[in-house]
Design a protein around this ligand. Structure first.
Ligand SMILES: CC(C)(COP(=O)(O)OP(=O)(O)OC[C@H]1O[C@@H](n2cnc3c(N)ncnc32)[C@H](O)[C@@H]1OP(=O)(O)O)[C@@H](O)C(=O)NCCC(=O)NCCS
Length: 229
C-alpha cells in the first residue's frame, strides 16, 4: 500500500508527529531518572479540564485556553506515568501550578508544543520549551549577563535562545523553593558541550541549580533542578 502524501493537511500533521516524537525522545534523554516527561500538541481540549482548573482561564482567549488545557493534560499524563490517577492541578494566585500532595512538576508551552514534567517527593524542577528560532537581537541585553554576552560572541545562531530557555526553566525550579521573582540578570549560566548547564542565582548563594538543554530542528528544550545548599 502506498501512503498518500500529496495533500497539505496530511503532510502538515505528519511533520508535526515527527516533531513531537523527536521532542519527546530529546526530553526523555534529558531528564533524570524518576522524572516523567510528556510532550504534546498545544491545542488542548478545554472540556477535559476540571472545573477548578477552568477558573484560571475562564476569560482568556481561545488559544490561551487551549494551551492551558494541553499543559494540564500533559501534566496528568506525566503524573499517570508515576502511578497517579487523573488529578486536578489548579493554578495558584501566582499562576504556578499547584501539584498534588507528594508530587512536583513543571509545565511549558510554545507555539508548536506543550511539555510537562512531574516527579515524586521533594524535588524542585522546571521545564521550558521554545521554538528553535534565534532570540531577537534587542532582547540579548535583557536576557544575558555581561559574562554570558561575552561567551555568546564566540557562538552563533540559537545560543541566546538556549540561555533564555534555560533561565526560564531555572526560574520555575527555584520558584518552588524560594518563591522569588527573578530578573534574567539575576541568573548566570555556564553551559557545556554535553548539553549540561549550571546556574548561579546571583541574589541567593544558598541555591544550587543544574540542568540540561537540547536543541532539535523545531524546539529548544531546557530542564532544571534546584536545591538548597
Ligand atoms: C512563568 C514564566 C517564567 C514563563 O511563562 P511563559 O512565558 O508563559 O512561558 P511557559 O509556557 O514556558 O511557562 C508557563 C507555565 O509556567 C508555569 N508557571 C507560571 N508561573 C510559575 C511560577 N512562578 N513557578 C513555576 N511555574 C510557573 C505555569 O504552568 C504556566 O503555564 P499555565 O499558566 O498554562 O499553567 C514567566 O512568564 C514569568 O513569570 N516570568 C517572570 C520572571 C522571569 O521571567 N524571570 C526571568 C528568568 S530568570
Amino acid at each position: 500500500m502506498r501512503w498518500r502524501l500529496d495533500s497539505r493537511p496530511m503532510e502538515a500533521s505528519l511533520a508535526k508527529a515527527v516533531g513531537f516524537e523527536r521532542l519527546q525522545a530529546m526530553a526523555e534523554g534529558m531528564v533524570p531518572r524518576g522524572v516523567a516527561v510528556v510532550c504534546r500538541d498545544p491545542d488542548g481540549d478545554v472540556g477535559a479540564l476540571f472545573a477548578e482548573e477552568r477558573l484560571a482561564i475562564g476569560r482568556a482567549v481561545p488559544r490561551r485556553q487551549a494551551e492551558f488545557a494541553a499543559g494540564r493534560m500533559a501534566a496528568r499524563e506525566a503524573l499517570g506515568m508515576l502511578g497517579q490517577p487523573p488529578l486536578c492541578i489548579p493554578a495558584g494566585a501566582d499562576r504556578a501550578p499547584v501539584w498534588p500532595q507528594g508530587f512536583a512538576g513543571s509545565i511549558s508551552h510554545c507555539r508548536g508544543a506543550v511539555v510537562a514534567a512531574a516527579v515524586r517527593g521533594g524535588s524542585h524542577i522546571g521545564i521550558d520549551v521554545e521554538e528553535a528560532v534565534p532570540l531577537e537581537d534587542e532582547l540579548w541585553d535583557t536576557v544575558c549577563t555581561p559574562k554570558e554576552l561575552e561567551w555568546l560572541k564566540a557562538q552563533g545562531g540559537l545560543w541566546a535562545k538556549v540561555i533564555f530557555s534555560a533561565k526560564e526553566a531555572v526560574y520555575k525550579a527555584q520558584y518552588s523553593i524560594a518563591g522569588r521573582v527573578l530578573e534574567f540578570s539575576e541568573v548566570e549560566l555556564t553551559l557545556d558541550q554535553a548539553g549540561c548547564f549550571s546556574a548561579r542565582v546571583l541574589v541567593d548563594s544558598a541555591l544550587a541549580v543544574e540542568g540540561r538543554f537540547g536543541i532539535s530542528d523545531d524546539f529548544v528544550l531546557s530542564f532544571a533542578r534546584a536545591r538548597r545548599l
